[in-house]
Design a protein around this ligand. Structure first.
Ligand code: GDP
Ligand code: ZN
Length: 330
């Protein structure tokens, strides 16, 4: 198991390295040289780091004092090389948000599998949103179109995705038949960590199950007719396959916010950003001004109204998140 913190070299002898695989209230499951064990976080850690985002999350590299006879003790958390956070709006009162916290959900992944199924759930907008998050987390993104066995025309979907997100690898698979699984092999590399993003019901557990080949997670029942799903996995999980790749499947990622997704937006909409800089007026509202490059691209059909609106709404959400963050009352 590789840990990415330099200071890990000079830790006390009785501490061992581990990776967090599950988070429950006050108790963690970690994977270490003794297998998967339960551990508690050292009491002083809660005081040292009052911020919620410093508590261990799935994927975190931690230092543990091993206890053969009971819960082991997590003494420290390694630096995160990547993470996903959710913007947590809570305490709505008299029309304003009292608290807005960044809640880290998972850490230290190399690759993001963005899963979407080829039925009514399919949405370019959702893929784009997850892509922005993946790119801003500086992770490699892969789009996985699931349930190929239920689709009459897989190519329609893969073509659509390729047309929109050309440079991002996209694969169609079926966890039922095994279709497309050969294409995923190149991502199943020892010590790499893959995280799954996707709405409930798209087939995340089924893909993990197929990859592990025995059932670790409960696959929920779903009524395919109305594309509605419901997840039964109640906590975040990290699973290590025999080949050494680790997979994080976190139900919480469904409500993923665009916390500080600037970099992701920048990569997804670089053409639009360039056009914005070419409007004649610096304070152009892109609605009626002469010399507006956005209006020009819209009228030429180079930029679709859809995409322009998605850009605006994602940017608004992102700006709003950043503006509000420092105003959070604690
Ligand atoms: P999750 O919520 O994303 O983890 O989705 P699940 O893996 O629980 O799958 C939701 C439903 O879709 C279940 O009823 C699965 O049997 C079904 N499902 C998942 N993958 C496939 C697939 O490749 N083909 C078909 N036909 N059904 C699938
Ligand atoms: Zn303009």
């Amino acid at each position: 198991m590789k840990l990415n913190r330099e200071s890990f070299n000079d830790r006390p002898k009785n501490e061992i390295k581990a990776v967090v695989t599950e988070v429950h209230k006050g108790i963690f499951r970690v994977l270490c040289e003794y297998g998967e064990i339960t551990a508690k976080l050292k009491g002083s850690y809660y005081h040292k780091n009052d911020a919620n985002d410093h508590l261990p999350v799935v994927g975190d590299n931690v230092w543990v004092i091993f206890n053969r006879d009971g819960d082991s003790l997590i003494t420290d958390i390694g630096k995160r090389k990547s993470f996903f956070a959710r913007t947590d709006f809570s305490g709505h009162s008299a029309g304003y948000v009292k608290t807005m916290k960044k809640q880290v959900l998972a850490a230290n992944f190399d690759t993001v599998f963005i899963l979407t199924s080829m039925n009514k759930e399919f949405s370019l907008k959702r893929i784009e949103r997850y892509l922005a998050a993946a790119l801003s987390a500086k992770a490699e993104a892969v789009i996985i179109l699931t349930k190929a066995d239920l689709s009459d025309d897989v190519k329609i979907y893969t073509d659509l995705v390729t047309a929109h997100f050309g440079s991002i690898p996209c694969f169609a698979i079926s966890s039922k038949t095994g279709y497309g699984f050969d294409t995923l092999q190149k991502y199943l590399v020892k010590d790499k960590v893959i995280i799954f993003l996707g709405s409930s019901g798209v087939g995340k557990s089924s893909l993990v199950n197929r990859l592990v080949s025995d059932e670790i997670m409960t696959v929920s029942e779903i009524r395919e007719k109305d594309s509605r799903g419901r997840h039964t996995t109640s906590h975040r999980q990290l699973i290590r396959l025999d080949c050494g790749v680790m997979i994080i499947d976190t139900p919480g990622m469904r409500e993923l916010g665009l916390w500080d997704a600037d970099i992701g937006l920048h990569e997804l909409f670089s053409d639009i950003e360039e056009w914005l800089s070419l409007c004649r007026f610096r304070d152009c509202t892109h609605q009626h001004e002469p010399g507006c490059m956005i209006q020009k691209k819209l009228s030429e059909g180079v930029l679709s109204t859809d995409r322009w609106q998605r850009f605006m709404s994602m940017q608004k959400e992102n700006e709003w998140g950043k503006m509000k963050a420092p105003l959070v009352k604690r």
